[in-house]
Design a protein around this ligand. Structure first.
Ligand SMILES: NC(=O)c1ccc[n+]([C@@H]2O[C@H](COP(=O)([O-])OP(=O)(O)OC[C@H]3O[C@@H](n4cnc5c(N)ncnc54)[C@H](O)[C@@H]3O)[C@@H](O)[C@H]2O)c1
Length: 252
């Protein structure tokens, strides 16, 4: 039975991934800053436990790992899914504190969670780290400089982990979703429309114009990719980037 930790697992892609692991018999722990969402998920899903955790706070992460050890007794799969978008603005107007906040969650937070996972993953017979980057980690992303910077940063992070941890039998890969169906992407389009002066529908059409396959990404499909990368047929896949984005040509 796989023991799985998913950051930002109480909503969106993280919760879809938690449910997919649970459906195949795994034991899952979620770490999410939203207490109400953690409580709701834990009540709703059997075999799911959770901690209310801000990944940017290393002490909170240490407390979260005490919960993981108590609930799971070890760890086989770490899904680094926590990431915030930050504001939508060109660099000249971009708020410096907001830039630091995005770095704190997306990069420092992923570092905190991963560093403290190594002791547990080392003892797993088949350990995997899957880190959620983005389309913005393959292309530049106008008006979202902090987000794009961190999502590219996670590629270097994950590729370095692959090299450092591969000899211990731990794999590390990144997933790069395009625009995922759901409320979050609609907020992005509304933010873009505010900046560009176009309508929200015009922003949606412009986003799909950059994709060969004209549909937004289903979170369940991302979850299935995570499961594959954590599964028995992916033991020699490491240090790789996996786009799931309808063959997008740009993150604009
Ligand atoms: N939705 C998309 O279109 C899309 C596209 C590409 C990549 N991604 C990436 O996928 C990941 C998940 O995105 P999503 O759209 O499912 O997110 P979401 O916004 O729907 O949910 C994210 C969850 O993260 C939690 N969270 C926020 N800050 C946190 C923190 N500091 N510590 C712990 N938890 C925190 C929230 O409480 C929420 O439950 C992110 O890393 C995001 O950058 C999303």
């Amino acid at each position: 039975m796989q023991r799985v930790l998913i950051t930002a697992g109480a909503g969106g892609i993280g919760l879809a991934t938690a449910k997919a692991f649970l459906a195949q018999g795994a034991r899952v722990h979620i770490a999410d800053i939203n207490a109400d969402a953690v409580n709701a998920a834990v009540v709703e899903q059997e075999n799911l436990s959770g901690s209310v955790t801000n990944v940017a706070d290393p002490l909170a992460v240490a407390q979260m790992y005490r919960d993981v050890v108590q609930e799971l007794g070890g760890l086989d799969v770490l899904v680094n899914n926590a990431g915030i978008a930050g504001p939508t603005a060109g660099i000249a107007e971009y708020d410096a504190e907001a830039f630091s906040s995005v770095i704190a969650v997306n990069l420092q937070g992923t570092f905190n969670v991963t560093q403290q996972a190594i002791e547990l993953l080392k003892d797993s017979p088949a350990a995997s780290i899957i880190t959620m980057s983005s389309l913005a980690g393959r292309f530049g992303y106008p008006n979202r400089i902090a987000y794009s910077t961190t999502k590219w940063g996670l590629v270097g992070f994950a590729k370095t982990l692959a090299m450092e941890l591969g000899p211990m039998g731990i794999t590390s890969n990144t997933i790069h979703p395009g625009a995922v169906d759901g409320p979050r992407i609609m907020n992005v389009f509304e933010g873009r429309a505010d900046v560009s002066g176009r309508t929200v529908q015009e922003e949606i059409d412009a986003a799909l114009a950059n994709q060969s396959v004209k549909q937004f990404i289903n979170p369940d499909d991302i979850a299935a990719l995570v499961l594959f990368l954590a599964g028995p047929h992916a033991r020699t896949i490491s240090g790789q980037m996996f786009p799931i984005d309808g063959d997008s040509k740009a993150a604009v």
